[in-house]
Write a protein that binds this ligand. Structure first.
Ligand SMILES: [Zn+2]
Length: 337
C-alpha cells in the first residue's frame, strides 16, 4: 500500500505501508482516480491548514479489491464512487437517522485522512456501485452533484422562479444545471470569465459578471421587479454580501453553500429589513445514488470540468508547478496505477 503524505504545506512524500487486514463490514478498494480540486489545492498550499501529516483526496473512484465474508452488496471488481462522509453515529441527529445533519461529521481528505493512496479499507456503506456507462472521470464529480442536490433540497424551488447563484468556482455550474432541470431559472453570477463562458455554453442564458454588469439592474429587469426569492452563495467565492442582499426579494431564502473558511460580513440591518432567511448546506451525504443517475443520463454535464490527467508517481512535481487559476474551471485527475 502506498500513499502521498502531506508533511507540511507544499511538502509531499510517498510512504509504503504493509497491507492491512480488513475488518468486518469493510471492503478493500483499489483507488483508480482521485480529483484534485481548488479546495484540495488550498490544503496542499497550507491556505487551508491541517494537522500534519495528512493524506489529501476527497473525490475518488475505485474498484472493489477484496470483500470479507458474504457481502450481498458488492463483488470483487465492482467500480465504485466513494462517499467521503462518515457520520459519528452518536449525536442526536445520527440517532434520529438524519446522518446528513450529523453534528460531528468526519470527511475523508478534509478533516481526516483521505483517498490519495492506492488501497484503502472502507465501510461498505460509503460505496456506491457505478453503472458501466458512466466514465470514471465523470464519476469523480458525483460528490459535487450530490452536494448541489442537497442545496436544491434546502431551497424552495418553484417552476419559473429565478434562482441567483453566486459562484467563483465550478460547483456553481453544476448547481445551475440542476436548477434548470427542476424547471426554475438559474441566474449565474461569477467574477470568473471562464466560468461565465462555460455557463453560456451549457445553456445558462443569464450569466453575469458583477465587475462589468450592474447585476441588480439586470435581475430587476429579468424578474419584472420581483427580484430573487431563492439565492445561493458558495462560501468559497469572492463576493461581498452586499451584492447578494441587493438582488434578494423581501422574505428571500439565502443558502450559504460549502464550508470555506473565508469570512464574509453579514449585515444584520439588511437581514432584518428584508426578513431574510439564511441557512447553510455543506455536504452531499445521502444524495449519491441520485447524483450518479443525473450524471449517467447526462442531465448534468461535467465534460468541461475534467482537466489534465496526472500520474500518481509524479503528483508532487505536478502540484509544485500548479497555479490556483488552473483549477478554477478544470480539476486535475490523478491516475493511480
Ligand atoms: Zn452524528
Amino acid at each position: 500500500m502506498k500513499a502521498w503524505i502531506l508533511e507540511a504545506p507544499r511538502t509531499l512524500r510517498t510512504e509504503e505501508f504493509a497491507p492491512t487486514e480488513i475488518a468486518e463490514n469493510q471492503i478493500k478498494v483499489k483507488i483508480e482516480e482521485v480529483l484534485i480540486t481548488n479546495s484540495d489545492f488550498e490544503i496542499y498550499t497550507g491556505a487551508s491548514k491541517r494537522k500534519y501529516p495528512f493524506i489529501m483526496g476527497r473525490n475518488a473512484v475505485g474498484v472493489v479489491s477484496k470483500v470479507v465474508g458474504d457481502n450481498p452488496f458488492f463483488n470483487k471488481m465492482d467500480r465504485v464512487a466513494i462517499e467521503p462522509y462518515i457520520p459519528c453515529e452518536a449525536c442526536d441527529e445520527c440517532k434520529n437517522d438524519e446522518y446528513d445533519k450529523c453534528s460531528n461529521m468526519q470527511e475523508l481528505g478534509y478533516n481526516c485522512n483521505g483517498l490519495l493512496q492506492n488501497f484503502v479499507d472502507l465501510p461498505y456503506t460509503l460505496l456506491h456501485r457505478l453503472p458501466d456507462k458512466l466514465s470514471t472521470e465523470k464519476a469523480l464529480f458525483v460528490p459535487y452533484v450530490a452536494f448541489c442536490l442537497n442545496v436544491i433540497d434546502a431551497l424552495n424551488l418553484e417552476k419559473g422562479r429565478h434562482i441567483a447563484i453566486f459562484s467563483s468556482t465550478k460547483t456553481g455550474l453544476i448547481l445551475a444545471q440542476l436548477v434548470s432541470y427542476y424547471q426554475a431559472v438559474p441566474v449565474f453570477i461569477s467574477n470568473r470569465e471562464e466560468l461565465l463562458e462555460t455557463a453560456r455554453g451549457l445553456g445558462i442564458f443569464y450569466s453575469f459578471n458583477p465587475d462589468v454588469t450592474d447585476v441588480e439592474n439586470e435581475i430587476l429587469a429579468i424578474t419584472g421587479g420581483r427580484m430573487c426569492n431563492e439565492l445561493v452563495l458558495f462560501s468559497n467565492s469572492d463576493f461581498n454580501m452586499k451584492d447578494v442582499y441587493s438582488v434578494a426579494a423581501v422574505n428571500a431564502n439565502i443558502c450559504l453553500a460549502g464550508y470555506s473558511n473565508k469570512e464574509s460580513k453579514l449585515s444584520v440591518a439588511q437581514i432584518c429589513r428584508k426578513h431574510l432567511n439564511i441557512f447553510g448546506v455543506y455536504n452531499g451525504a445521502g444524495s449519491y445514488s441520485s447524483a450518479i443517475n443525473l450524471l449517467v443520463t447526462d442531465t448534468v454535464n461535467v465534460d468541461s470540468l475534467i482537466g489534465k490527467t496526472v500520474s500518481f508517481d509524479k503528483l508532487d512535481e505536478e502540484l509544485e508547478r500548479t497555479e490556483p487559476e488552473e483549477l478554477v474551471l478544470k480539476s486535475k485527475v490523478v491516475k493511480i496505477n
